[in-house]
Structures are given as structure tokens and as C-alpha cells.
Design a protein around this ligand. Sequence first.
Ligand code: CP
Ligand code: NVA
Length: 335
Amino acid sequence: MTPNAPSIEPLAKDLLSLSQLSRDEISQMLDTASELKRDYGPFRTALRDKTMVMLFEKPSLRTRVSFEVGFTKLGGSAIYLDHQHNRLGERESIGDYARNLERWVEVIVARTFEHDTLVQLAEAASIPVINALSDMYHPCQALADALTLREHFPDLERIKLAYLGDGNNVCHSLMLIAAKLGFDITVITPQGFAPNSKIVALAHEIANDTDCVITLTSDASAAAGHHAIYTDTWVSMGDETEAAQRQAQFAAYQVTESVMAMAAKNAIFMHCLPAHRGHEVVSEVIDSPQSVVFDQAENRMHAQNAVLLHMLAGNCAPQHCDDRSPEHAGEIVPG
Ligand code: CP
Ligand code: NVA
């Protein structure tokens, strides 16, 4: 990093869920992300000689490109490992996989079907593991969304966001970031598709400290008066077998021009993408001036780079074998 680069505070080893970050850490991260967005100059060599492995069990456009381009902008290099045809744990144990990678690279970014795969990777690896989406969470998306919201509503604590659709990974991370940062969130899902009750309970617990109001309902008209209207696919990766029946179950939750009309004046429309036009959102909304979906996509890179900088600050060297058993470092055992 150049001498003018702002100081970067280290974080917890891994980022699997936003519950691992404090409110202050999230705010710092968003500040760093805004700083990066303004000017990458001071950070151009911050991660020089560092390598990131990106392993994906599911497809990706935004996450893959934004991590790879972002890491390169900070001076590092990235390797993509395609696990769409052989899941982690099939060829060798997840622990062995992690213990190999930590000998070569400084950080693992992973998109997995099961959240537990990420947990196992993080437990086994001495290097940071970042969740690039699991069946439970999408923390990097929520950080980028908070950055986007802050760009439109600097006084974030005064806004209300309505999420319409499936109570999925994106919804879970949005609830957690709302609870942490103190903005209100109304989660509107069809019966039977509410978010995971344990994550709802956790979000409520966090919200007690921040005055965030979390409302769960199946009434689509509850989106009235909200400052941001957010939706995501009705069929997440891994849920494809239920695709046909979900179309009818979710039809009343489509974001249309009339939903935007009942939202607050100057409300924004948000979507993590990829979007399914004519399903969860109509083209008239996603293509309207109220839509900030491509700002969200751009902000993925800045938010993730902030995470990487904070995570690797003071922790840039991989844990080589000498660090693990210092008493034996350099020792030659007689034959
Ligand atoms: N929003 C998001 O994570 O997009 P990708 O699936 O294309 O990475
Ligand atoms: N909920 C979606 C998000 C895609 C970025 C999924 O998991 O497929």
C-alpha cells in the first residue's frame, strides 16, 4: 500500500455471515469501499504478491468477475476453480482441500451449495475464507447493497426497505445487515416461503441494539411507503425442481409499476441479479430510472475489495509449516 493509504483495521479470520461483523466493522468497510470507488490509486499495490482462489460449485457472473477484477486492481492475482461438476468433498475431504490451498494462496473465496461446506473449509484453513454465496447467506451482496443504499440515502437509519419474494440467502443477509446498521426491513413472502426462523430470531436479537424494525408478512401491500423495493429470483440455484409450481405461488409478489407507485416518492428498485424479467420483476421497473441494479453490481467489487483489504491487513502471509510448529522450524531430525 502507498504511504497515503488510509489505515485498515483487521477483521475476524473469515466472512461466512454478516453476524461475524460488528456494526462498526460494517460501517468501516462501507467507508473503505466508498474510498476505493473514488480512487484506487493509494491501494494499487496493497495486495501485491497475494493470490486468491475462487472456487464455485454454482454458476456466477457478478461474483466471479467482481472478485477477480477487484483483487487484480489491488495488485494481487486470482485463480478460478470450477466445481460445478464435482462438488467439494467428492475427490478428497474438504479439510484436506483447505490444507493444500493454504500452502499456496492467501485467501479462499467460495460459492457452495451447503453452508456447512464453507464452515468446514474455514475450520480447516488457516487462511481467510469468504462466502461468495451459500444456501443460507450472501454477505458480499448485502454489503454491496448497503453501499448502494447509503449512496442514495446517507441517513440510512431513517429508511425502510421492503423485500418481496422468497425468504432465501439474499433475504437472510439483507435482514442481518438491516439489523446491524439500523434500517427497517419488511420481508414479504408467500405463505411457506418465509426466511429461516433461526436467522429471523438472530436478526431480531441484533436489531434490539439498533432500533431496526423487522416485519414479516405475506401481504404484498405492506411494501407501501418503503424507500427501497428489493426482489430476487423466486427459484434459487439448487431449488430448480420446484420452479414450475413456484410461478403461481409467487405471482402476487411480482414487482410491478403499481408496487413502485405505492412505495415512497423517489423509492429505488433493487435486485441482486440475475433477474428473471416477467417473473419477480417486470422490465418496466428494472429498466426504469428508479432501478439501481447495475450500481449494486458495480458496488460488489468495491465492497468485496474493502473486505479483502480489512481481512488481509496484517495477515497477508500464509501460515506456512514453520508458523505451525515454531519449535521445529529449521530443525533437521537425525536419520
Ligand atoms: N448477484 C450475484 O451474486 O450474481 P452472480 O450469481 O452472477 O454472481
Ligand atoms: N438467491 C439467488 C441469488 C443469486 C445471486 C440464488 O441463490 O440463486
